[in-house]
Design a protein around this ligand. Sequence first.
Ligand code: URA
Length: 240
Amino acid sequence: MSLNTARLDRFLAQYCQISRRDVRLMLAKNRVLVDGRIAHDIDEIIDNFSHIVLDGQVIQDNASHYIMLHKPVGVVSATQDSEHKTVLDLLCLSEYSYKEQLHIVGRLDLNTSGLLLLTNDSRWSERLTLPEKKVSKRYLVTLKNKLTPEYIAAFANGMYFDYEDITTKAAKLTILSDYQAEVELTEGRYHQIKRMFGRFRNPVIALHRCSIGNLQLDEQLRAGESRVLNHDEIENINNI
Ligand code: URA
């Protein structure tokens, strides 16, 4: 859900079909609560996640939702697709009745697995995706050919992509074994990891996202499984 904001008096005037003068009287009589506090200011700005109560009746309660999914290979990071199963298809309606409201926070390629976040709170997803926030994403990469120490400097120095006319930001590559590396990126260019290893003519055999910021993929979740984020996990992103 994108964030819509409005002045409280406009919202109430429209909802109750009354004049803004009458809204003023309503507030003076302490009849309205916004997020649990008595509202006094006609010009208070509310949004579609504000909890609004009038005379003890909830008149707006749009809860925000945050989900982590272990995306399997072969499922597309989209809400609709004519060819492939989508990540939304993996969420069952009985558990996530609001699933049609969700959007994806930072897509993964069809053949990439791992941590994928979904939410209906666009303010929260912006915090994770704004380039200036430089939120790190860690990937486990399995390669066809042997890694060499040269890769480390090449990833750290950045690579020029002429198609977009950009140089990638410094990325941290750690060699885990002859054919496996961990790569940490702070941006998400199109097929970025595959293209970076492509410079060494080294095809990526498997790619798995392990974490976004300090949020790790829950090890209990098997491919295709999901769960809602807990309070601390949501707040950690808010404090980025
Ligand atoms: N880099 C890629 O090449 N693919 C992804 O899905 C993520 C990062």
